[in-house]
Design a protein around this ligand. Structure first.
Ligand SMILES: Nc1ncnc2c1ncn2[C@@H]1O[C@H](COP(=O)(O)OP(=O)(O)OP(=O)(O)O)[C@@H](O)[C@H]1O
Ligand SMILES: [Mg+2]
Length: 1039
């Protein structure tokens, strides 16, 4: 769908472009540029195609189409945004955009001057311009409020200041100059309106076919029932005398009801409170009521108010005393010799006073309205610095030149105003342009044009001008009338070529002039003015008591409009014409201070009809608007000129020699620049202070180049800026890092220093303590001593002996020696205790037996050490190795220990293999299945062994025991184990004798045997020659 609509748009635009090619878009391109006929023909051809816009260079000529052409849409606005003037078909928006861009890029105030006669389309153009700015400019920071207000001020002002005339159904009856303020970003920031002389006579009188100001009809048509009732109004305009004079309350082209809604809404947008709206409408209504005030003459032909109802409403709506108002309407206050006198008015005077009051009330309200709108439009931050950086774009929309059947003071002022603006146009385009060429020394063929200064002078010159004469007549004491004014005028300016009266005219023209008329040959045509009312209107008098009455008004708007200071001000106010003249002079100054853009509006026919091209009417306008001269100057001249400095400043970036700085004269710089850009000689001229460029396209090409260049410059600036920005950032970070670093280093250093200091102190203290360590405890050595102690204790904790056999123990300091000993003891006990707790009963028995063995043999018998590592075994013979007979013989007696032994005979010392059994009560010697000998423990008196490494031993038996055959000599391979167990079983631990050399034993009754022990290389048991048993025990290395 998007593609589709785009496609449509493309074809539409191309069609538009094709259509746009009708005739020439710029009169400058006209072949026969001196021919008025060709000019008008071009206008006509384009008008026929509904192409209402054509350029003369930068000036836009617009012909009122009198129909909605659909050329002001958003789409059209977009099309004209940011494009060069000449790239698109002529349009009002192109002018708007060009002015706006100039305002943005050069920051120069702009003024768009829209001129043309009444009904030519000035107001319409102004509205379109405003709309363009409101819709295309960036939104202001405070939102769209300003934009809305700018737009909405229009319908309100038009309702109060516009009216249907014969020339125009929506004719501006006041002049308007509006400043739109743009902020730095180009967004509309505020606005200000200057209004010029409202045609207030319309309030009380309208020519046939004309209307009063729109607001009256709008209120009556659109106002709600409730509102009308409050205001005491009827819905019928025919009921109001002020609305029936023109006899055309209804106009087909105007929808009062709708317009009322628009106005009502607009009022709220431009900050009107409900109360203010009410006050405002009260005034509008009171004007209508005033119109219906009637008078009747009493016997003394003094006027009396006859319409009580109206008076009542007036009293209420204006908030004034009824009686005061009544008196003011029918009397005149005269101050004579410091005394106030009330003189009654006759009917005519009373009607005059009434109308004067109506006009004053309405026109002052209009002035108040403009001020109120200005307050609403005022940029809200007028104090802020950005205010100073605003630029303004002025829009001038005044009442156009107009000629009626009967022309009065108002037309005189309006046409004078147009005359002034035409003068300004001539000044700024024709005159100054040509003067400039001359001043710049550019070869130039002067173009002749009509300068209307002569007419302006006729009107405004001091002493001799019409306004001066009028004022003089107004102020003159004595019977001054409109006719005396005319006479005076005839006297003073009779020779002026642009002035004519009945008296001064020749025979032929005299017919067309009444006696009370004068004629001015305006730039735009002849206008015959009727002098009736000139003096009055110029004086603009309001009776004092009427003013007084209004000053007391309780309607807030009225009380603002009528100020008491006015009453006490004795000085005569400036006349209307002079005031108007002054304000116009000011306006011209304002316009001159800005860069102008022109829209010249042309009215195609008098019938307000679309499609009708009245050639006579148009030729006339082309002539008086000076369009032909304009074109000729344009054709001969240069499209563009600029001071060298400014030109160089703008374009210097396009040439390497002038960029970034040109050191020489700007003129030379421009010459270099232009050569670099490849300008052809016919394209430009160098003046004294300015360069003149003939064709727009040359400049556009340069502008395009600048645009491209700007992009790259912008990128460069961006890059540089970014670089700078990041560098700054980096430097900042770096600085911070260094700062942190140094701080941290400082902190570390301080900490280290502190630590060192502390260490030094500690060391010093330690040394001092060390030196004094033997002294009694004192502060100086306390630390050291404590330190030694603690470190000993701490050290001790780590170096405690690991087991009971480990005897290592750190050396304690002297002070702890005792404690150390205690601790060591404690530790040892602890270990023993722990060890003891951990051993099994078997092992315990083993150790007990080993302990006994140690007790007996340690250090006494040579082979004892060999036995130490060998475990004692509970028994060396299993039950199966012992004969069952023996076991049987033992009965219930248990065998505690059994070991094979060798028994040596008592006589021959023959060795015999035996078993030795231990029971709880006896030692048994067993030979195979037979118990050979049983020795009760009680009979075992002792046991003897040698101290050598042999394994012989002797069991000593009680000698008295007859059954016994004597002591027994035995040998066991496990002698230590066997003896220990035997000694334990028999409880003979203390009865083991360890002998050196020999053992004597009882070898039977009355006979002793001797065993001799010697040491030798190996074990040898033999019977010696002396009858002793000789035992050679091997020498053990361990000994
Ligand atoms: N561009 C336009 N497109 C369509 N209609 C237009 C255009 N310009 C003017 N008109 C019609 O012409 C009428 C008169 O135009 P406008 O009110 O702008 O005249 P003016 O020059 O302001 O006259 P005055 O001097 O009396 O105020 C408008 O009401 C409108 O109907
Ligand atoms: Mg207008």
């Amino acid at each position: 769908a998007a593609l589709g609509s785009d496609g449509v748009r493309v074809t539409m635009e191309s069609a538009l472009t094709a259509r746009d090619r009708v005739g020439v878009q710029d009169f400058v391109l006209l072949e026969n540029f001196t021919s008025e006929a060709a000019f008008i023909e071009n206008l006509r051809r384009r008008f026929r195609e509904n192409l209402i816009y054509t350029y003369i260079g930068p000036v836009l000529v617009s012909v009122n189409p009198y129909r909605d052409l659909q050329i002001y849409s958003r789409q059209h606005m977009e099309r004209y945004r940011g494009v060069s003037f000449y790239e698109v078909p002529p349009h009002l928006f192109a002018v708007a955009d060009t002015a706006y861009r100039a305002l943005r890029t050069e920051r120069r105030d702009q003024a768009v001057m829209i001129s043309g006669e009444s009904g030519a389309g000035k107001t319409e153009a102004t509205k379109r311009l405003l709309q363009f700015y409101a819709e295309t400019c960036p939104a202001p920071e405070r939102g769209g409020a300003v934009r809305d207000r700018l737009l909405q001020s229009n319908p309100v002002l038009e309702a109060f200041g516009n009216a249907k005339t014969l020339r125009n159904d929506n004719s501006s009856r006041f002049g308007k100059y509006m400043d739109v303020q743009f902020d730095f970003k180009g967004a509309p920031a505020g606005g200000h309106i200057l209004s010029y002389l409202l045609e207030k006579s319309r309030v009380v009188h309208q020519n046939h076919g004309e209307r009063n100001f729109h607001i009256f009809y709008q209120l009556l048509e659109g106002g709600e029932e409730e509102t009308l009732r409050r205001l005491g109004l009827e819905r019928n305009p025919q009921s109001y005398l002020y609305l029936v004079k023109g006899q055309c309350a209804k106009v087909s082209s105007i929808n009062d009801k709708n317009d009322w809604k628009v106005v009502r809404k607009a009022l709220t947008v431009i900050d009107f409170t409900e109360d203010e709206v009410e006050d405002l409408l009260s005034i509008v209504a009171s004007v209508l009521h005033l119109g219906n005030i009637h008078f009747a003459a009493d016997e003394e032909s003094n006027a009396q108010v006859t319409t009580e109802n109206q008076l009542k409403y007036l009293t209420r709506l204006l908030g004034v005393e009824g009686s005061t108002l009544r008196e003011a309407l029918t009397h005149r206050k005269i101050i004579a010799k410091g005394e106030e006198l009330l003189s009654p008015l006759n009917l005519e005077q009373a009607a005059y006073a009434r109308d004067a009051l109506a006009k004053a009330v309405y026109s002052r309200t209009f002035t108040w309205l403009v001020a109120k709108i200005n307050r609403s439009l005022a940029s809200k931050d007028a104090e802020s610095p950005s205010w100073r950086s605003t630029t303004v774009l002025g829009l001038l929309d005044i009442y156009g030149f107009e000629v009626f059947q009967n022309n009065s003071f108002e037309q005189f002022c309006i046409n004078y105003c147009n005359e002034k603006l035409q003068q300004l146009f001539i000044e700024l385009t024709l005159k100054s342009e040509q003067e400039e060429y001359e001043a710049e020394g550019i070869a130039w063929e002067p173009v002749q044009y009509f300068n209307n200064k002569i007419i302006c002078d006729l009107v405004e010159e001091k002493f001799k001008g019409i306004i001066s004469i009028l004022d003089e007549e107004c102020l003159r004491p004595g019977e001054a009338t409109d006719l005396t004014f005319l006479e005076k005028l005839e006297d003073t300016v009779k020779h002026h070529p642009h002035f004519l009266t009945h008296k001064l005219a020749d025979q032929r023209t005299r017919k067309s002039l009444g006696r009370g008329e004068f004629r001015l040959l305006h730039y735009a045509g002849e206008v015959t003015y009727n002098v009736t009312g000139f003096l009055d209107k110029n004086n603009d008098l309001l009776f004092r008591n009427l003013k007084e009455a209004m000053c007391c008004s309780e309607n807030p708007i009225m009380s603002q409009c009528f100020d008491r200071s006015e009453l006490s001000d004795k000085k005569r106010p400036e006349t209307v014409a002079t005031q108007f003249k002054m304000s116009l002079l000011q306006l011209v100054e304002i316009l001159k201070s800005k860069e102008p853009a022109y829209v010249r509006c042309i009215k195609p026919n008098d019938a307000k009809q679309p499609g009708r091209f009245d050639e006579v009417l148009i030729r006339h306008q082309v002539k008086y608007l000076g369009l032909m001269e304009n074109l000729r100057v344009r054709r001969a001249g240069f499209a563009y000129r600029r001071k060298y400095e400014a030109f160089l400043q703008r374009y210097k970036s396009l040439c390497p020699e002038t960029w970034p700085i040109w050191a020489g004269r700007p003129q030379d710089g421009v010459a270099v620049l232009v050569r670099h850009l490849g300008y052809k000689p016919e394209e430009y001229k160098m003046g004294r202070t300015k360069i003149f460029i003939r064709f727009p396209k040359t400049l556009f090409a340069t502008e395009d180049a600048l645009e491209v260049r700007r992009q790259s410059l912008a990128t460069k600036i961006q890059a540089t800026w970014r670089g700078f920005h990041w560098r700054q950032k980096f430097l900042r970070v770096k600085r911070s890092a260094i700062c942190i670093q140094s701080w941290w280093r400082g902190t570390l250093g301080r900490r280290k220093a502190a630590k060192r200091k502390w260490a030094a102190q500690a060391i010093r203290r330690l040394i001092r303590g060390f030196i004094l360590r033997h002294a009694p405890r004192c502060p100086e050595n306390a630390f050291f001593l404590d330190h030694v102690r603690t470190s000993f204790l701490l050290n001790l904790r780590r170096q405690l002996p690991r087991n009971i056999l480990d005897t290592s123990w750190p050396t304690p300091p002297p002070a702890l020696r005792e404690a150390s000993k205690l601790l060591q003891e404690l530790c040892r006990k602890n270990m023993v205790w722990k060890y003891c707790r951990s051993i099994s009963p078997e092992w315990k028995q083993q150790l007990q037996q080993k302990a006994v063995a140690s007790e007996i043999f340690k250090g006494k018998k040579d082979n004892y050490p060999q036995s130490v590592p060998r475990l004692f075994i509970s028994t060396r013979l299993g039950a199966d190795e012992i004969s069952p007979k023996v076991l049987q013989a033992l009965g219930s007696e248990p065998i505690q220990y059994a070991v094979p032994v060798v028994k040596y005979d008592r006589k021959g010392y023959k060795p015999r293999s035996r078993q030795l059994l231990l029971t709880p009560s006896a030692v048994l010697i067993v030979e195979d299945a037979k118990v050979k000998q049983r020795i009760e423990y009680a009979n075992l008196t002792g046991i003897s062994v040698s101290s050598l490494s042999d394994s012989l031993f002797v069991l000593h038996v009680q000698r008295e025991d007859n059954k016994q055959k004597g002591d027994v000599v035995l040998q066991s391979d496990h002698v230590i184990e066997t003896l220990t167990k035997t000694a334990l079983s028999a409880d003979r631990v203390n009865n083991i004798n360890i002998n050196q050399g020999s053992i004597t034993f009882a070898g039977g009754p009355g006979r002793d045997g001797i065993i001799d022990f010697t040491t030798g290389s190996e074990l040898l048991v033999t019977k010696a020659k002396n009858g002793h048993l000789a035992v050679v025990a091997p020498r053990l290395n361990s000994r």
